[in-house]
Design a protein around this ligand. Structure first.
Ligand code: FAD
Length: 403
């Protein structure tokens, strides 16, 4: 019997299994994950879940797996891949054979490389188990410090303002979400977060965390000491490439794959947060994206190839980040050096920024404007010839450019 093994039962790994069954794959499907849970959705972990608003994060109910003959192995790590014999070894020394192997091992949080990072009440946020502990501690925290003004840090900060706490966000950069967002949209987020009571400190580097067993304060390089009884660290991720590297798959910033998401071994694919792939929207340069869209669409692409219908992966990248009342959506690839064109009123909490590279639309950021976001995805997919002038003109109908 043919078989597909999938390592990593997160967003991407689960979707491969689901898509294979939807496409009527008849072989064995084994989904291996080291977390002791049903595959679940991570985005609520920094948002509604912490407020107790979303209880069940499972992407499929328990019964789904037996019904669809998906062998879910939860709570066991894959520790070795034998490419010659096409076998995966698990930590309990059991072995899974495969015809095709999909690596969907995701990423882990980058630890804070300073003294005091190991103190109690200093949290990273990636897994359900981490969110559960954090959720308990947030209720009583009075001084919350977030290190890193990226998506997760700001989502968490916006959530934390709902509790009775002073919330401060520190970042070495000079603005929020500096790696991903235009300066214009960053400024809107600074204003809106400050309005809702978040204290933002930029150009600010943390030197150490103070405390005996639990954290009590955060000290910055320029000598400021901020009281803290809870610290959240959100300073980016490290892709989980080690397993791939030990069996000599090519690894750079992620597991290197081609446009079909295939590694240098034709029997092994890599997808989701761990995969570095040549992106049509970056002129073929390799990128590694961290989004639900990327994980799900790449999974579908690989499932189709396994079913004998190969196609290059070309989906328009898109992403969302909900920070309190602020719903940010992005379509296309963020990058520096773009012309920033505003559509709508920047002083309101509803606006869009259209980014043009060499006169061509490259990315669209929208705040609380879901209709613009949906149009942006189509404009990018169709490579519509939108000009900066048209984008800036609120009376210009964007739909007119769509086929
Ligand atoms: P993961 O979901 O990380 O799954 C990988 C799994 O593989 C993990 O369970 C890991 O433990 C397991 N694994 C790793 N190595 C092994 C091994 N050797 N053996 C067995 N198992 C292994 N994206 C958005 O688009 N919008 C959002 O609003 C958003 N919010 C987010 C909020 C938070 C708090 C986090 C953490 C992420 C958020 N994301 C968001 C990103 C999104 O969740 C990820 O891009 C997505 O989960 C990636 O899916 P993945 O399957 O590649 O990796």
């Amino acid at each position: 019997q043919p078989s597909v093994a999938i390592i990593g039962s997160g967003q991407a790994g689960l979707q491969v299994a689901v898509s294979l069954r939807e496409l009527h794959y008849e072989g064995r499907v084994v989904l291996i994950g080291d977390e002791p849970h049903l595959p679940y959705s991570r985005p609520p972990l920094s948002k509604a879940y912490l407020l107790g608003e979303t209880a069940d994060l499972a992407l499929r109910p328990q019964g789904y797996f037996a019904q669809h003959h998906i062998e879910l192995i939860a709570g066991k790590r894959a520790v070795a891949i034998d490419r010659t014999r096409r076998m995966v070894g698990l930590e309990d020394e059991s072995v899974i054979e495969y015809d095709h192997l999909v690596l969907a091992t995701g990423a882990r949080n980058r630890p804070l490389p300073i003294p005091g990072a190991e103190l109690g009440n200093v949290f990273l946020l990636r897994t359900l188990d981490e969110a559960n502990v954090l959720r308990e501690q947030m209720v009583t925290a009075r001084n919350i410090v977030v290190i890193g003004a990226g998506f997760i840090g700001l989502e968490f900060a916006a959530t934390a303002t709902k509790f009775d706490a002073i919330v401060t966000v520190l970042d070495v950069a000079d603005r929020p979400m500096a790696r991903a967002l235009s300066k214009t949209m960053s400024a809107v987020f600074t204003r809106e977060h400050e309005k809702s009571g978040v204290r933002l400190m930029f150009n600010s580097q943390v030197m150490r965390l103070l405390g005996e067993r639990h954290v009590t304060a955060v000290e910055t390089v320029d000598g400021q000491v901020l009281p803290a009884d809870l610290v959240l660290v959100g300073i980016g991720v490290i892709p989980n490439v080690e397993l791939a590297a030990t069996c000599n798959l090519t690894v750079e910033n992620g597991i290197v794959v081609d446009e079909f998401l295939q590694t240098n071994d034709p029997h092994i694919s890599a997808i989701g947060d761990v995969a570095a792939y040549p992106n049509r929207y970056s002129n073929g340069a390799r990128v590694r994206l961290e989004s639900v869209q990327n994980a799900s669409d790449q999974a579908r692409c690989v499932a189709s190839r396994i079913m004998g219908q190969p196609a290059a992966y070309e989906a328009v990248p898109w992403f969302w980040s909900t920070q309190g009342n602020l719903k940010l959506q992005m379509a296309g690839l963020p990058s520096g050096g773009c012309e920033e064109v505003v559509r709508g009123d920047l002083n309101s909490s509803k606006c869009s920024v259209f980014l043009f590279r060499d006169g061509k639309l490259a990315c669209v950021e929208t705040l609380n404007k879901p209709a613009d976001h949906m149009l942006a995805r189509r404009l990018l997919a169709e490579r519509a010839a939108l000009t900066p002038g048209q984008a800036a003109d609120p009376t210009f109908d964007l739909k007119a450019l769509l086929q």
